[in-house]
Ligand binder design. Structure first.
Ligand code: NAP
Ligand code: 1JT
Length: 254
C-alpha cells in the first residue's frame, strides 16, 4: 500500500514504543523509513531494532527542543531521500511530578515543557516537512482521551493533547491546499516506557478493557495499521480528524 513512499518517524525509544509498532506496519506496507531518536542514549536501541528487520533505514538524533537538531534532521532527509511522503509524530513529555496529584498545582515550568515537547513540536516539525512533501503528504500524531475528558492524573498532558488536537485542525487548514493531510490517532492506554511508572496504570488498563465495547485493550499493531491507512491514498479525503483506536472506549456514556 505504501510502495515507493518515504517517511520519517519521531519517537521510537524501545520495542514497546507506539512509534515502533507504527514503523513495523509502515515497513510491512512497503515504505522506506527514517527514524529519529533523542540523544545518543537511545541510538543503540533504535539501531538494534532496525538492523534486523529494516537494514538501510536512516537513523538521526533529534531533540525537538533544539531547533538546530530539527533543521539538521530535515537537511539530511533532503540529501538522502530528496522528498517526504509522511511524518509520524509519536513524542510527548511532562515532568513526572505533573502526572500525579492535582492539575491545579502544575508549575509554570512543567506546563511550558509539556506543551513545548508534546504539542508545539507538531507545527514545528510540519513546517520543516511540508517543503519536502511536493507530491502531497500525510502527517500523523498520537493523542489520548485525556485531551477531551478529565482522566485523573493525566493533568497537564491532557492540556497538551488538547493543544495537539487543535493544532491538527489548524495545520490541516494551512496545509490542505498543498494536499498535505494532518490527522491524529487517539490511542487507548498501552503499556510503554512513558506509561511505566504511572501510578495505577495496571488498574487503568483493567478498567479500560472492562468498559470498552470490544472488551479488551488496544494492541499497538492496531494503532500502527491505522497510521498506514492515514498515510495511504485510501484515506485521501480525511484531514484534521482525531481517529479513536481505543476498542470503542470513548463512545461509552455510563
Ligand atoms: P514512548 O515509547 O516512551 O515514546 C515517547 C517518545 O517521545 C520517546 O521516544 C521519547 O524519547 C520521545 N521524546 C520525549 N521528549 C522528546 C524530545 N524533546 N525530543 C524528541 N523526542 C522526545 O511512549 P509511547 O507511549 O509510545 O508514546 C508515544 C506517543 O503516544 C506519545 O505522544 C503519547 O502521548 C502517545 N500515547 C500513548 C498512550 C499510552 O498509553 N502509552 C496512549 C495514547 C497516546 P525519550 O525516551 O528519549 O524521552
Ligand atoms: C506521557 C506519559 C505521555 C504517559 C502517557 C503519555 N501519553 C499517554 N500516556 C499514558 C498515560 C499516562 C497517564 C494516564 C493515562 C495514560 C508519561 C510521561 C511523559 C508523557 O493517566 C491516567 C498518567
Amino acid at each position: 500500500m505504501l510502495e515507493n513512499k518515504v517517511g520519517i518517524i519521531f519517537g521510537v525509544a524501545n520495542k514497546r514504543s507506539i512509534a515502533w509498532a507504527t514503523a513495523q506496519a509502515l515497513h510491512a506496507a512497503g515504505a522506506r523509513l527514517a527514524f529519529t531518536y533523542q540523544g545518543e542514549r537511545l541510538k543503540e536501541n533504535v539501531e538494534s531494532l532496525t538492523s534486523e528487520s529494516m537494514p538501510g533505514s536512516l537513523l538521526l538524533s533529534c531533540d525537538v527542543q533544539d531547533q538546530e537538531q530539527v533543521d539538521a534532521t530535515f537537511h539530511r532527509i533532503r540529501e538522502e531521500f530528496g522528498r517526504l511522503d509522511f511524518l509520524i509524530h509519536s513524542i510527548a513529555f511532562a515532568p513526572r511530578e505533573a502526572l500525579s496529584g492535582q492539575f491545579l498545582d502544575t508549575s509554570r515550568e512543567a506546563f511550558c515543557t509539556a506543551l513545548e515537547i508534546s504539542a508545539y513540536s507538531l507545527p514545528q516539525l510540519a513546517r520543516s516537512a511540508a517543503p519536502l512533501m511536493n507530491e502531497g503528504g500525510s502527517i500523523v500524531s498520537m493523542s489520548y482521551y485525556g485531551a477531551e475528558k478529565v482522566v485523573a492524573g493525566y493533568n497537564v498532558m491532557g492540556v497538551a493533547k488538547a493543544a495537539l488536537e487543535a493544532s491538527t485542525r489548524y495545520l490541516a487548514n494551512d496545509l490542505g491546499p498543498r494536499n498535505i493531510r494532518v490527522n491524529a490517532i487517539s490511542a487507548g492506554p498501552i503499556q510503554t516506557l512513558s506509561a511505566r511508572g504511572v501510578a495505577d496504570f495496571t488498574t487503568m488498563l483493567k478498567h479500560h478493557a472492562e468498559r470498552a465495547p470490544l472488551g479488551r485493550n488496544v494492541d499497538p499493531r492496531e494503532v500502527g495499521e491505522t497510521a498506514v491507512f492515514l498515510c495511504s491514498s485510501m484515506s485521501s479525503g480525511i484531514t484534521g480528524e482525531v481517529i479513536y483506536v481505543d476498542c470503542g472506549y470513548n463512545i461509552m456514556g455510563t
